[in-house]
Design a protein around this ligand. Structure first.
Ligand code: SF4
Length: 413
């Protein structure tokens, strides 16, 4: 096989990393200044965006160290039996690329994952070495997110946490039986054990830092995981139950959901359907309700259809329509928890209402200033000069509140 240049490797290994959903967006549309005669091109290679622990949106170089892999997870394009073009960076390749992109102001950090080569320990050593060289040799101050290999030695994971801002371990599937069927070399029990170890260490490091600023940091941005949606028959209830358990037991910062897209050379055991993107979107909305709005999985799944969320309306509105007796909520008197249940009211809007009503009773026009779309909240709230009357009893409320139907595009993929 001819030797690949760094740019060729970058094209292969940035593309291979696109299935990792630990970043909120993927590449932009390709533009080339040679065609337009203007300035600037986008290569679409590996730059994605993520959120730093302080809420800033940052650009990351998202790549795999290699897409060779000894494991054969059926849902993965890089599995050993897949017929894709392979490439491998050296540790120094990744260090140089990161520094080069960073100095040119393309990126603010690195997101690095890898297929498993030689052994889980060897692979993890390589990932750690990239982060170590960046931090220790080049005093790199940018963001580093490392995907960890659950089967690797715990000392290596410990070292990874010293250099990375965030670590993640992919659980991949919500159900142990599905893991055994689709990723036979992996073990749900081992993945959860590794997550528990990381969660414990992150908690301990935070506590130590409170007593001494000199205590070493350990993955200060926490740890996260990813679940693939639609590769196995698990319903939304099962997925959210797994997420809720992971948040509660291991203190995860984020669970990312990634709609399964049919991959080249796919196994016959996987669905040949287009990626369930709307389902992925609803799961993200439900996940926010779990983390920031005080909803339980049982709340979210009230009114679900055969274990699946309603795809037409968002899960908060679906809950409210199933629980009309809890509304209307008086914006001048209700507690924070009740306000957070109002469809169309986000955490920021609720905060503004709580602050504003300290000074005067809120009227409709105050809500118009506070809420992005006051129309959405009107059937569910009472203000000084507003009462929804019998709107909540209306049989066609669902139809009135659902988003307008969109014209289908014949050429949409
Ligand atoms: S271990 Fe990771 S890279 Fe290898 S086949 Fe499984 S999911 Fe893909």
């Amino acid at each position: 096989m001819s030797k690949l240049s760094r740019t060729q490797k970058l094209a292969i290994l940035a593309d291979a990393a696109k299935y990792d959903a630990s970043c909120a967006s993927s590449g932009s549309t390709k533009r080339n200044s040679r065609k337009t005669g203007g300035i600037g091109s986008t290569g679409g290679m590996g730059i994605c965006h993520s959120y730093a622990p302080d809420g800033r949106c940052i650009s990351l170089l998202k790549i795999l160290l290699t897409n060779y892999c000894m494991f054969d997870c059926l849902y993965c394009v890089n599995r050993s039996s897949s017929n894709v073009r392979r490439a491998a960076f050296t540790v120094q390749d990744v260090v140089d690329l990161t520094l080069d992109f960073y100095k040119r102001n393309y990126i603010e950090g690195l997101f690095l994952s890898s297929g498993i080569i030689r052994s889980p320990d060897y692979t993890m050593e390589q990932l750690v070495e990239v982060a170590r060289r960046l931090r220790k040799v080049h005093r790199f101050g940018g963001y580093i997110h490392l995907k960890t290999i659950p089967e690797a030695d715990s000392e290596l994971l410990k070292e990874a946490g010293r250099y990375a801002d965030r670590l993640s371990i992919n659980i991949e599937l919500p159900d142990d039986k599905s893991i055994a069927r689709l990723a036979p070399e992996k073990s749900g029990t081992l993945i959860r054990k590794t997550m528990a170890g990381l969660g414990k260490r992150i908690g301990e490091a935070k506590a130590e830092r409170k007593t001494s600023r000199k205590a070493p940091v350990f993955s200060p941005g926490g740890h996260s995981t990813q679940m693939i949606i639609g590769a196995d028959p698990s319903d939304d209830g099962k997925i959210l139950t797994t997420s809720s358990g992971l948040y509660g037991r291991y203190g995860l910062k984020r669970v990312y959901y990634s709609a399964f897209s049919p991959i080249p050379d796919a196994s016959g055991g996987l669905p040949l359907k287009s990626p369930p993107l709307l389902r992925e979107h609803r799961l993200y909305q439900a996940d926010w309700l779990l983390r920031f709005y005080g909803f339980s999985v049982a709340d979210i799944m009230t009114g679900a259809n055969h274990g699946h969320l309603d795809l037409t309306i968002d899960p908060k509105l679906a809950w409210a329509l199933q629980n009309r007796d809890k509304f209307p909520v008086n914006v001048n008197l209700a507690d924070k928890e009740s306000l957070l249940r109002v469809p169309g009211l986000g955490t920021t809007g609720v905060g503004k209402i709580l602050r504003a009503r300290r000074f005067s009773a809120l009227r409709l026009q105050d809500l118009e200033r506070i809420c992005q779309s006051v129309k959405k909240i009107l059937p569910f709230v009472v203000a000084t000069d507003w009462h929804p009357g019998k709107q909540l009893d209306s049989l066609n409320l669902y139809d009135r509140l659902k988003p307008p139907a969109e014209q289908l595009n014949l050429f949409a993929v």
